[in-house]
Design a protein around this ligand. Structure first.
Ligand code: GUN
Length: 288
């Protein structure tokens, strides 16, 4: 079997198109422009690339984009004051503080200082609780984008065995909650899981979010399973230079799976599309 390649880039373009239509309607019918503020602390090159890309796409769908850069040695009080200013700004509907933060800053404290209604990352403890109890939450963007691709590929997920490899607060745990919400039988695997290969072999859905390059080989994959690869890892090429790979070994997994997301061009573009969608959702909820 050769897997269907799930085209996250095309799917994300479709989602951004719908977001753009919504934004145009909000402007025309209600005179409201959704606004997204991104706070970037320090000068981590990967974070700068993400933030630039987020800003560009925010503007492309017609929303207001604000970027606040703060020095790597900013005090926690100054960062909290920045978040408070954005909480109080009625033209800002979504706030994202780019992670990771420098070590001297308490990420939990900063994230939980964001107004939960503006928490478009879905990381605030209130949104985590709402999602976990099946209530209306802001849902983290990477798991949301992954779920959208799974539903598009498979239709109903009810009763399927799903394994999520990775237990991060950003991806693994919320992904598991979403799959449970769609009536999957969910296993969360991680670095201490025994017989990981056997656990993965039972899964109809595999979501790999461990941050280890090409960790999942094709012979762990149940024939016909759907593989969502959340990993973005840079590895050296034998001929020199580097390339991006996911957490699964793409070629061997694609030979066995029913469908698979590529890296790049799979989950990554969907994450930003869902961030824009969450911002429109936050704007609509703020204005009823
Ligand atoms: N750093 C890497 N991914 C993300 C994300 O989705 N949200 C935030 N806030 N920081 C990140």
């Amino acid at each position: 079997m050769t897997a269907t390649v799930i085209d996250g880039k095309a799917f994300a373009a479709k989602v951004r198109g719908l977001v753009g239509e919504h934004v145009a309607m909000l402007k025309a019918d209600h005179g409201i422009t959704p606004g997204l503020a991104v706070v970037l602390v320090g000068d981590d090159p990967a974070s700068q690339v993400y933030v630039k890309s987020k800003g560009k796409m925010t503007v492309e769908v017609g929303m207001k984009s604000v970027e606040h850069r703060m020095d790597a040695d900013v005090s926690e009080a100054d960062l909290l004051a920045m978040v408070q200013m954005l909480n109080d700004d009625p033209t800002i509907h979504g706030i994202l503080v780019q992670l990771p933060l420098p070590d001297h800053l308490n990420s939990d404290l900063v994230i939980n200082s964001i107004n939960p209604a503006k928490d478009v990352d879905g990381f605030h403890i209130s949104n985590v609780g709402l999602l976990g109890t099946g209530q209306k939450a802001m849902v983290p963007c990477t798991p949301l984008g992954s779920l959208m691709m799974l539903r598009d590929q498979l239709g109903s997920l009810s009763g399927l065995n799903a394994v999520v490899i990775g237990r991060s607060n950003i991806v693994g745990k919320p992904m598991a909650q979403l799959l449970l919400g769609d009536s999957c039988t969910v296993t969360i695997a991680h670095s201490r899981t025994k017989d990981l290969a056997d656990v993965v072999r039972r899964a109809d859905i595999v979501v790999a979010a461990v941050g280890r390059a090409q960790m999942v080989p094709g012979d762990w994959i149940k024939p016909g399973a759907t593989v969502i690869d959340v990993g973005i890892n840079r590895i050296d090429k034998p001929e020199g230079g580097t390339r991006l790979v996911g957490d699964v070994d793409y070629d061997s997994c694609a030979a066995v799976a029913g469908a698979i997301t590529p890296v790049p061009g799979g989950v990554g573009p969907m994450t930003i599309a869902c961030l824009l969608a969450n911002t429109v959702t936050a704007c609509c909820r703020a204005n009823n």
